[in-house]
Write a protein that binds this ligand. Structure first.
Ligand SMILES: *[C@@H]1O[C@H](CO)[C@@H](O)[C@H](O)[C@H]1NC(C)=O
Ligand SMILES: *[C@@H]1O[C@H](CO)[C@@H](O)[C@H](O)[C@H]1NC(C)=O
Ligand SMILES: *[C@@H]1O[C@H](CO)[C@@H](O)[C@H](O)[C@H]1NC(C)=O
Ligand SMILES: *[C@@H]1O[C@H](CO)[C@@H](O)[C@H](O)[C@H]1NC(C)=O
Ligand SMILES: *[C@@H]1O[C@H](CO)[C@@H](O)[C@H](O)[C@H]1NC(C)=O
Ligand SMILES: *[C@@H]1O[C@H](CO)[C@@H](O)[C@H](O)[C@H]1NC(C)=O
Ligand SMILES: *[C@@H]1O[C@H](CO)[C@@H](O)[C@H](O)[C@H]1NC(C)=O
Ligand SMILES: *[C@@H]1O[C@H](CO)[C@@H](O)[C@H](O)[C@H]1NC(C)=O
Length: 323
């Protein structure tokens, strides 16, 4: 008994020594005393808040005043982190709303700077193509998003929200469940994969004749245009938002890969292969570049940790009986 304890103690020391020797700033596996939480956010490997806790500097999460951030350039551009999913290769961050307002004489009275997020320094991160939308709110308002993918290819998309004098906003919204269809609100999926740089802004279109929407607009208290990226399902337009829109940020889904290789390339070298859990497998990342790790069917947990994937007993029976 005592001997067994002693030998496992020796083993722990040896393992620690190996880890220390591997040292440097990144870690093959995290130290035991690495924090796994920052405020309300679980920080699991490959992410970490300090040296020897993250797999690679791209996975550094800055924990400040109990809030987690992804640092991407100057501090004002830091992206607050809302959730990290090591299993799915996803992260939800909070990105700001771009806003521009005019008074009745068409003079600009307020504007935020364009929202610029440059994840290029993080290499393996990109904004999810299929699960975020550029959304615009306002009358005669447009939003535009420019981006670059990791290879530097440029991308642009925009959408326009138009209100008519006849009150089409109310009519459209009265007849459909999808309220955001171009009247008072528009939205569009991104059609480029792997955007690691994105910038968006909002503004208003003006017309030189009375066919414009100024009559409709005058019924609303503000004459502002808003543009933002938002994860699908996290914003539902209400015509009330034309009068009173207060949200300053929205959740945005980022995809990440654990390394810049195909699964085939990665598996060749077991020491650099990141899927460490016994019951893990490799999968192409949705970023279009690199791979992520998953637990095999019937297992769940963190595939990046040696004993990360644990069996789910119910799934096991389900698997055996029905598949
Ligand atoms: C720290 O967080 C608290 C609570 O969220 C907030 O009231 C305070 O302003 C924050 N302090 C700094 C320096 O950010
Ligand atoms: C994004 O940041 C990288 C450095 O991290 C810089 O080289 C690049 O020019 C930036 N991209 C844009 C479009 O500003
Ligand atoms: C991925 O690796 C390829 C080849 O090694 C390299 O050309 C490319 O710049 C890398 N991309 C990133 C985002 O690191
Ligand atoms: C909107 O609905 C009102 C009454 O329901 C109707 O009088 C008006 O013509 C409709 N406008 C449009 C543009 O359909
Ligand atoms: C636009 O409407 C205003 C007031 O309703 C009117 O005074 C003006 O002449 C109109 N302008 C044009 C170009 O029709
Ligand atoms: C937007 O703001 C409203 C009102 O403050 C709030 O109830 C809602 O949760 C916010 N939505 C998001 C996605 O933050
Ligand atoms: C695996 O990668 C490590 C670190 O890059 C390298 O030292 C080692 O030679 C590689 N092994 C093989 C079999 O390629
Ligand atoms: C994963 O990516 C590689 C290289 O891009 C490709 O050859 C392979 O078919 C992909 N596998 C799957 C399952 O999509």
């Amino acid at each position: 008994m005592a001997g067994q304890e002693k030998s496992s103690l020796v083993l722990v020391i040896i393992v620690s020594m190996i880890c220390a020797a591997a040292g440097g700033e990144a870690a093959i596996q995290p130290d035991q005393n690495c924090p796994t939480r920052c405020g309300k956010v679980d920080i699991e490997f490959p992410f970490g808040t300090s040296e020897n806790c993250y797999l690679h500097p791209s996975f550094l999460i800055t924990c400040h005043n109990n809030s987690a951030y992804l640092q991407v350039g100057p501090p004002e551009n830091n992206l607050p982190v809302l959730n990290i999913s090591p299993e799915k290769g996803e992260m939800v961050v909070s990105a700001k709303v771009a806003k521009t307002c005019y008074d009745a004489s068409e003079k600009m009275v307020f504007t935020t700077p364009p929202m610029v997020y440059n994840l290029t320094s993080r290499k393996l991160f990109s904004v999810s193509q299929s699960r975020n939308r550029l959304t615009v709110i306002g009358c005669n308002s447009f939003g535009v998003l420019d981006g670059f993918d990791s290879e530097g290819r440029a991308f642009r998309t925009d959408c326009i929200s138009y209100c008519t004098r006849s009150g089409a906003v109310k009519n459209v919204t009265a007849t459909t469940n999808d309220l955001c269809r171009g009247a008072g609100c528009c939205r569009i999926h991104l059609s480029a994969t792997g955007l690691s740089y994105f910038a968006y802004d909002s503004d208003q279109l003006f017309f030189n004749n009375n066919a414009s929407t100024l009559i409709y607009k005058s019924q609303h208290k503000n004459q502002c245009s808003y543009a933002f990226l938002v994860q699908d399902g996290d914003y539902n337009f209400s015509p009330r938002d034309l009068d009173n829109f207060r949200n300053e940020s929205f959740p945005v889904l980022l995809d990440w890969a654990v390394a810049n290789q195909t699964c085939q390339q990665a598996k060749v070298n077991t020491s650099t292969y990141k899927c460490k859990a016994h019951n893990s497998r490799c999968e192409n990342a949705t970023t279009g570049l690199g791979y992520i790790c998953r637990c095999q069917d019937g297992f769940e947990g963190n595939p990046y940790l040696y004993h990360g994937c644990q069996g789910i007993i119910l799934s096991y029976f389900f698997y055996r009986d029905f598949v």
